[in-house]
Design a protein around this ligand. Structure first.
Ligand SMILES: [Ca+2]
Length: 356
């Protein structure tokens, strides 16, 4: 089993998507970016699903513009599970293929297509509608389409299952499943985002794509890869706090240098700094280690520190430290009960309250 991920996170906002820059931190590189007319494909925050960027395609002119972003498997496969998040930044109003699956040549296996009225359908190897979601999609809404496919030995025993969700929801808006359809009798090799055959207007963003080359189980919503450490990304609140040695407080707290740090207001009384972090910590015991010092040698200074959930609620017992003028680590290992009570290890926050 091999999974191929495409997140767009290695891109630069506004930059054109190319086969050269679509790999690396973004995941599995596209094998072709095909653009006709004045169609564009760029990394963009508009319509993205997770992280900071998605793959946005814009075809403003229905007469000449078409595109497809092609992913080619290293080797053809008999079955797969696939997931693609997408946002229609505007409703095209014109029927077109949104995602097409091909063999090694030009034979369609099946397609996920838009109808002119904004509904979405699954179509067979010959373009026949197998099922459709009767409610029109809406512009600016993030959807997740999941498909599981197995090639047929004949044109009547192929297998296809489709589920449509809102964003990360686990309650499907639309499901379809059959083990007796014509979804091709050849192996899968190419996935196309877009309709490379006919010109249509479209402004859509794709993101958080995952393709498993052998699974027959729906891949489910995107989850941040688990990590063993997290990095500050932004200040949630910190009135009067300043930064030394770096452009901003998250940057100062993200390196290992004592020359970059955040400073509370002078003579602090319950001066609170809350820092947002990224990442999704692996299960198991959890130790958090603030590194703290006081700057005024004549004053007793303390800091109250705790870990907050992504929703801002304390998830560990608040610890109070009496500070010295030497930057010192204050590790705190969450109790088993505290660690077990963490329903999500994503997006944890730090709260530091300074007192003189
Ligand atoms: Ca992304």
């Amino acid at each position: 089993m091999t999974q191929y991920s495409q997140t767009a996170e290695g891109g630069t906002a506004g930059a054109n998507i190319t086969i050269g820059n679509s790999g690396g931190a973004s995941g599995f590189a596209f094998s072709l970016v095909s653009l006709s007319g004045v169609a564009t494909a760029t990394y963009s925050a508009t319509g993205k699903a997770h992280g900071s960027l998605g793959y946005r395609v814009q075809c403003p002119n229905s007469a000449t513009d078409k595109f497809y972003l092609r992913t080619t498997m290293p080797a053809p496969v008999d079955q797969f599970a696939d997931r693609t998040y997408f946002t229609l930044n505007a409703m095209p109003g014109v029927a077109q293929d949104l995602i097409s699956y091909f063999d090694t040549g030009t034979a369609h296996l099946f397609q996920i297509s838009l109808n002119s009225g904004g509904t979405i359908r699954a179509a067979s190897a010959t373009g026949v509608t197998l099922s459709q979601y009767a409610t029109a999609l809406t512009a600016g809404t993030l959807y997740r389409i999941e498909t599981q496919w197995r090639k047929g030995t004949t044109t009547t025993d192929g297998q296809l299952a489709v589920q449509l969700f809102l964003a990360d929801s686990t309650t499907a808006l639309w499901t379809y499943s059959s083990a007796a359809v014509n979804v091709g009798v050849t192996q899968f090799s190419q996935k196309w985002l877009g309709d490379g055959t006919f010109s249509h207007p479209l402004d859509a963003t794709f993101d958080s794509i995952l393709l498993d080359d052998s699974s027959q189980t729906a891949l489910g919503p995107f989850v941040n890869p688990a990590t063993t450490s997290i990095v500050p990304t932004s200040v949630v609140s910190g009135t009067g706090w300043t930064v030394v040695g770096a452009a901003d407080i998250p940057t100062a707290l993200s390196d290992a240098s004592d020359a970059t740090y955040a400073v509370s207001p002078d003579g602090p009384v319950n001066s609170t700094l809350i820092i947002q972090t990224n990442g999704n910590l692996t299960p198991g015991s959890l130790t958090v280690t603030p590194r703290l010092a006081k700057r005024d040698t004549s004053t007793t200074a303390t800091a109250k520190v705790t870990l907050l959930s992504s929703g801002g609620l304390p998830v560990a017992t608040e610890q109070t430290y009496t500070l010295t003028t030497t930057a010192t680590d204050y590790p705190y290992t969450l109790t088993t009960a505290e660690a077990n009570a963490l329903t999500s290890r994503s997006g944890l926050q730090w709260r530091i309250i300074a007192n003189a």
